[in-house]
Design a protein. Sequence first.
Length: 410
Amino acid sequence: MNGNGEIEMEEHVEKRRSIQSVDGGANGTYETDDDGEEEAPLVANGDGDSNGLRRRISIHDEKVGGLLPSFRDYMPLYLGAGIAISILVVGILFSPKEKEIYYNGRPASWYEETAKPAREWVFNESCDDVPSTSEQVDEFLAKVDSWTVAQRCLPGAKSCSCKNPLRPAKPDEEPWRTNWEKGFQFNLASIENETTEELRSTIALIGDSITERLRGTIFGEEQEKFRNMIDFYNKKIHGATVEDGDDEDSTAKGFALGISGDRIPQVLYRLQNGEMAETLQPNVWSILIGTNDYIHDSCSIDSIVAGNIKITREILKRRSNATVFITSLLPVQDKETWNDYAEINRKLACYANYTDRVEFVNASSSFIYDGEINESSMSLDGIHPNFKGCQRLWMDVRHLYLGLFKYVGR
């Protein structure tokens, strides 16, 4: 016997030993089925019965075979589901995606977000303390109108000269009265020029020295120290044209009507005495007023809120198709003052949220960085925005305008 034969014999003997060694060898090995019943032995028993193994294999084949009809019955369903999933995946991966439209470096969706109803940024606080119906606003204004000087003033103010915010008035102090008159006449002369279509503005900006600084003037006289602002106003705010290569700018042309030192009563007077002439027909009247009422006259929070509402109602009464933007008071370094400003802004935002054709411009956020005032946008006095800040203020108003009228389609 050669070497290969000896190896085959040894493998045969080893296999027999392994079979006989299972569960005692001669007696064979039995398993139980899924029901716990004893099944045929996996190997031959001691009597030489080899049918046990064959029977086990046969039973196994029958179980596997029993599954085949069920699989064949449902095969079309499985196949269809697989095809459908494949088509869906391919469609998602290879379908053409809609291209995002950009305007001035911002996606159109940004303008839509900016133009949401006024204003979801209201410090996430309740508006329950703000009049929400026309009748409630009437009652609120009537109450403020009946207040004495002391009632119109900030609690604990050392001195107070707060005028009735619902009554129009010229300044009564010199030299402010004389200087104010110069600024007022300058505004009226500027309005007369708004007679041709190419000069007609879409946004009238109403306010005090913060608004007048957008134009680079003080009481109507250009200031060389504001030269950058003068150029920016003439080119990008009031003088924007399609020829400048910025079509979006040309649809948001601002016209600044601010007078340094103005309080709410002076703005009311101006609106009722020439600054809402028929030649001036913007889509939006944007107001930013109340800083001097608070800082110089110690007017209370509700006095300033009531005054802004009065101005808003005056504009809406005279321009039935116009929209009013109420712009937030800008932040200042003094924490107590800024806290009061924030409360004024909250109430004005709530009022805008309740009122048709009124929107709130959260310009304050452009001057805050990481919870602190961004001093790079403010002048040394801590009240007026510098050139950079004026640009930001205008852009906040402009972006809301574009969001509402050009991209959302008010």
